[in-house]
Write a protein that binds this ligand. Structure first.
Ligand code: ATP
Length: 431
C-alpha cells in the first residue's frame, strides 16, 4: 500500500534507517573517527576527551582538570557565547567572544558553580576534527578552570533543543551524589531568537528553547557578560504545542465510536505517521475486541487483507491502522467490505504534519519513563515519510464507499509529567 509504505517500514527500522534525519536526507553516519577514539581518553595538557556518550557515541564528552559536580551549574553555549562563532571552520583557531569571558568563567567556579559547556556540533568529519583540537586549546587558556563540555555531533536526541545533554549531565552529577539545583543554575547562549530594530534576528532560538525545555533561567551573552539590559523582543520559531486549538475528540456524527449493536465492520484509519492512531486504537477499539490490522506488523498489504478476511469470517470487527493516504490504497479495503457485505467507516485523523512530526520526535527521544515503559521502542520515522504522505494525500470521501467519515481531532491525554515532556520544543534542525 503506497500510503503506508513509508510508515510501514518505520516499526521495523534498522539502525541504518534510524540515521535518516529530518528532511529525509541520510543523516551523517557516525564517522570512524568516533569509534576509534572511543576506547581511551585523549589527553591534551589539562584537557581530556572522554569516551563519547550515547548509544551511537554522538555526544562528545570532555573535561578540563577534574571538574567538581556541584549543585549550582553555570551552563554556556560555546560558539557565539564563549568564543566568536567560527562554525564549520576547518582550522582550530579561535578568539574569546569578549575579553571579559575567561575571568567571568573563573569567578563562577570560585563562587561555587560547576562550569559546563553545552554545544551543538553536527559537523562534517574534517571540521569536527578541527573543532576537537580547538577545545583543548581553549582549555589551555583557561588552564586553572575545571570545566566539563558536552557536544552533540548528530541530529538526534542530544542536539539542542532536545534535552539529551542535560539528561546525561544530571546522570553524571547523580553518580557523584549531586542533585542539580535547577533554580540556582542558568544557561547562557546566543541562539535566543532575538529580533532587532533593523529587521534582523538571531540565526535561531535553539539555546532559549533548550533552557525553556529544562526549566533553566536563560541569559544572552550580552546580558550575562556585558550586563546589558534584557533583550525582551524575541520570537521562537517552529512548532510548539501551545499553538494547538482545543477541539472535541471527534466530530459528532450519527454513530458513536463503537457501533451499537455491535456487528462485524471495518474501521479504516487515515492520518500522518505518529499522529496517535495506534494509541487511539488501544484506548477505544482494543477493549472492544476489534482486531488490530497494521501493515508495519504484518509486513505486507496482502497479509493485511487476509487478516481482515479472517477476522470477518470469525464474526469480528477490525481496525486498519495504517496511514491510508490515498483513495487507491483505501479501495483495497472498501472492495473487501463490499465483497463481505459489511460496513466500512473511515476515521480521519486531522492533526497537522507539524504535530505528527513533533509526536515522532517525542516518541523516539523524549517520552517520560511512565509512557516509554508502556510503548514499544520506536526509532525516528524519516521526515520523508511525512512529506510523501502530504504530497500524495487525498481527502477521504463518502463516494469512495464509506458508510461514514469521522474526523478525529488531537486531544492530549496524559498526566502532568507526560504533558511536560510532550510540550517541550522538539526539533532537529532549522530555527
Ligand atoms: N492523545 C494523546 N495524548 C498524548 N500523547 C499521545 C496521544 N496519542 C498519541 N500520543 C503519543 O504520540 C506518539 C505517537 O502515537 P502513536 O504511536 O499512537 O501514533 P501512530 O499514528 O500509530 O504512529 P505510526 O503511524 O507511526 O504507527 C506516541 O508516543 C504516543 O504516546
Amino acid at each position: 500500500m503506497a500510503s503506508s509504505s513509508s510508515s510501514s517500514s518505520s516499526k521495523k527500522r534498522t539502525a541504518k534507517d534510524a540515521e535518516l534525519d529530518s528532511g529525509g536526507k541520510a543523516a551523517k553516519k557516525i564517522h570512524p573517527f568516533f569509534t576509534r577514539e572511543a576506547k581511551e581518553p585523549e589527553q591534551h595538557g589539562t584537557f581530556k576527551w572522554l569516551k563519547p556518550l550515547g548509544p551511537k557515541s554522538t555526544c562528545l564528552h570532555g573535561v578540563n582538570l577534574e571538574p567538581p559536580s556541584r549543585s549550582k551549574v553555570a551552563l554556556f553555549d560555546l560558539d557565539g557565547t564563549i568564543i566568536k562563532t567560527s562554525f564549520g571552520s576547518k582550522d582550530a583557531t579561535w578568539e574569546w567572544w569578549r575579553l571579559q569571558v575567561p575571568a567571568a568563567l573563573k569567578k563562577l567556579h570560585d563562587d561555587g558553580y560547576s562550569v559546563v559547556i553545552i554545544s551543538n556540533q553536527a559537523l562534517k568529519a574534517v571540521a569536527l576534527k578541527a573543532w576537537k583540537e580547538k577545545v583543548p586549546s581553549i582549555a589551555t587558556s583557561l588552564s586553572s578552570l575545571p570545566f566539563r563540555i558536552l557536544a552533540a555531533t548528530a541530529k538526534d536526541y542530544y542536539r539542542k533543543p532536545m534535552i539529551g545533554m542535560w539528561t546525561e549531565l544530571t546522570r553524571i552529577f547523580k553518580e557523584d551524589g549531586v542533585e542539580i539545583d535547577k533554580s540556582g543554575s542558568f544557561f547562557v547562549g546566543d541562539a535566543a531568537g532575538r529580533q532587532y530594530p533593523n529587521g534582523k534576528s538571531d540565526f535561531s532560538g535553539t539555546d532559549r528553547k533548550w533552557a525553556s525545555n529544562i526549566g533553566l533561567t536563560f541569559h544572552t551573552p550580552e546580558e550575562y557578560f556585558l550586563g546589558l539590559p534584557v533583550h525582551a523582543n524575541f520570537k521562537l520559531e517552529g512548532f510548539h504545542v501551545s499553538s494547538l486549538t482545543e477541539l472535541p475528540p471527534y466530530t459528532p456524527t450519527h454513530t458513536a465510536l463503537l457501533l451499537d449493536p455491535r456487528i462485524p465492520e471495518i474501521v479504516l484509519f487515515v492520518g500522518f505517521p505518529s499522529l496517535g492512531k495506534t494509541s487511539f486504537y488501544n484506548r477505544y477499539f482494543k477493549p472492544a475486541d476489534y482486531v488490530h490490522i497494521n501493515q508495519d506488523i504484518l509486513g505486507s498489504r496482502p497479509k493485511c487483507i487476509k487478516a481482515v478476511d479472517e477476522a470477518l469470517n470469525n464474526g469480528l470487527a477490525c481496525v486498519i491502522d495504517n496511514t491510508n493516504r490515498d483513495a487507491a490504497t483505501r479501495k483495497h479495503y472498501v472492495d473487501l467490505a463490499r465483497k463481505r457485505k459489511v460496513p466500512i467507516r473511515c476515521f480521519h485523523f486531522t492533526g497537522s504534519m507539524e504535530l505528527a512530526w513533533h509526536n515522532n520526535l517525542y516518541r523516539a527521544f523524549n517520552m517520560p519513563p511512565s509512557v516509554a515503559s508502556n510503548e514499544p521502542k520506536r526509532e525516528l520515522v524519516p521526515y520523508l515519510a511525512y512529506t510523501s504522505y502530504k504530497g500524495a494525500f487525498q481527502e477521504p470521501e463518502l463516494s469512495e464507499g464509506f458508510s461514514e467519515i469521522k474526523k478525529i481531532n488531537w486531544v492530549f491525554e496524559g498526566d502532568e509529567e507526560v504533558r511536560r515532556h510532550w510540550s517541550m520544543w522538539h526539533q532537529l534542525e532549522g530555527k
